[in-house]
Design a binder for this molecule. Structure first.
Ligand code: NAD
Length: 296
């Protein structure tokens, strides 16, 4: 089995690459930071000093990088080196325009490509339970499925090139909006004298039911595993939610789609980040809605 090159061994990429090793793959990893490389080595990844070394002889190249500009820069470098036919997979969350450009770059060099952003956070990356939302040719997807299965639990083919990014962006827009909706309901309930538990007991079995309430409840108590019970340590940081909401708004502008609640959610997360809470879990936005974080 030819090695898999893994570029970007951060909070997500590091544990994802480690799960590929656990599944029996020979993984060659590269990152710009020494700390990520060291941790990767401890997890059985063969680390190298450049993109060129990582991709040499690899049948599959996976990137897990901060944003579209990083992905395009790395893909530009690697398509010039890898033989045609090398499978390129980007798991980063990036803007639609960069995702389309990455696919075009791969096609020009005769490389099959998939965009495969994930949800499930660092916990899912470590446990190997990520959801992959995959865009690209159906046959290419079918051939790569076992690779995704080593890192995730739900692997969904969303359509052609960049459909995975589209699904990720739309899903996280729902998540950002619904977390604010749930936060507003708890804040109003407090003002009306309702206990958190009473509102949870009703809404979790009624039409207000949603993931932001039942799995990720933004007040401590009703869902013991939610970040609200540990001072809103992430989890999924508010800065990352803001990033994804901005991607949704850029996509909506380009596509001419009307997303007024997405725009409002982006503005509220921007304010929360500006107030210095970007490192807190995104569910902590309830504290801003309560007027506890800054000036209202
Ligand atoms: P991170 O910052 O921890 O990791 C990114 C890594 O890429 C860093 O280690 C950085 O050194 C490396 N890097 C940057 N440029 C590079 C280059 N040119 N060559 C090699 N390495 C390079 O970020 P993360 O949390 O792992 O997130 C990665 C991606 O996954 C992002 O697109 C993010 O939006 C997405 N994502 C993150 C989460 C999460 O909970 N952290 C959840 C879902 C999706």
């Amino acid at each position: 089995m030819s090695p898999i090159a893994f570029i970007g061994l951060g909070h997500m990429g590091g544990p994802m690459a480690a799960n590929l090793v656990k599944a029996g793959h020979n993984v060659r990893g590269f990152d710009l930071t020494a700390a990520s490389l060291e941790l990767a080595r401890e997890n059985g990844i063969s680390t190298v000093a450049s993109v060129a070394e990582a991709v040499s002889g690899a049948g599959i190249v996976i990137t897990m990088l901060p944003a579209g500009a990083h992905v395009l820069s790395v893909w530009q470098e690697l398509v010039a080196i890898v033989p045609s036919g090398t499978l390129l997979i980007d798991c980063s969350t990036i803007d639609m325009d960069s995702a389309r450009k990455a696919h075009a770059l791969a096609e020009t060099h005769g490389c099959p490509a998939l965009d495969a952003p994930v949800s499930g956070g660092t916990g899912g990356a470590t446990a190997g339970t990520l959801t992959f939302m995959v865009g690209g040719d159906a046959a290419v997807f079918a051939g790569a499925k076992t690779v995704f299965e080593a890192m995730g639990k739900k692997i969904i083919h969303c359509g052609g090139a960049s459909a995975g990014q589209a699904a990720k962006i739309c899903n996280n827009m729902i998540l950002g909006i619904s977390m604010i909706a749930v936060g507003e309901a708890f804040v109003l309930g407090e003002q009306l004298g309702l206990t958190h538990q009473a509102l949870f007991d009703v809404a979790s079995v009624s039409s207000g039911q949603c993931w932001s309430l039942t799995t990720y409840c933004p007040v401590p108590g009703p869902v013991p595993g939610s970040p609200a019970n540990r001072d809103y340590e992430p989890g999924f940081a508010a800065a990352l939610m803001l990033k994804d909401l901005k991607l949704s708004q850029a996509a909506a502008t380009d596509a001419g789609a009307m997303t007024p609640l997405g725009a409002t959610a982006a503005a509220l997360y921007q304010r929360f980040a500006d107030e210095g809470f970007g490192g807190k879990d995104f569910s902590a936005i309830i504290n801003m809605l309560r007027g506890e974080t800054g000036t209202r």
